[in-house]
Design a protein around this ligand. Sequence first.
Ligand code: UGY
Ligand code: MN
Length: 243
Amino acid sequence: MHNLGRTRSSVKRDHILQTPDTFIRTVLPGMTDATAIVHVAPAAGAAFTQYTAELESQGTLGATCLQRFVFVTEGVADLATDTSFKTLTTGSFAYIPAGLAHTLTAQEKTVLAVIEKPYEPLAGVCAPSLLIGHEDDAIPTALMGDEDLQVRALIPDNPSFDFAVNTMTYQPGAALALVEIHVMEHGLLMLEGGGIYRLGDAWYPVTAGDFIWMAPFCPQWFGALGKKPAKYLIYKDWNRHPI
Ligand code: UGY
Ligand code: MN
């Protein structure tokens, strides 16, 4: 059905809302039997790249010299390095340090949220090593004491990591306690449910499948609507001085 030029997507200086009706698929270098929906990249003003990789069975991601974070939203994929082999199922994630040669191969139709970023070393701190986990094993914490808003940190809060990735789960009606304005930027993928996102001076209805980029200092607030919890995966740069 033709949408007559309408979409909920919006591109502003300090934020992007990208809804599935505007997704364009491309193939990134080295990908086989796979396509990427690039959600944000330095071309838009971000300091990282985030894309959704849709892999056919036996599809692979290309190599990268950047650090890479992968979260499995659907399917099963094998992550192999010279010294390890792990099968990632839905809800699994992997942090792959910059320069670690690896292959990621889907066992079946698989969808991955992928974040890539140049590593910012910190004097006197060793770079992180390969980390593999599952969201179910991350301990939930109530944000600012609100039991209806649970945050799960997928990456340890350790200064060797220069970014964080969390999931945030809101019970229906739960909301951020304040409009946040901060130096960190965000890449956000709506995984479940929906609600209203305030970005800058605009309020957007958002739902599972949407992507949001928030530039540093973008005013942001979310309130969950509907009868089931809303959940998102959220990236932020972390643990580094802003200058
Ligand atoms: O970690 C965060 O800054 C998070 N509370 N932001 C957000 O959900 N928009
Ligand atoms: Mn925030």
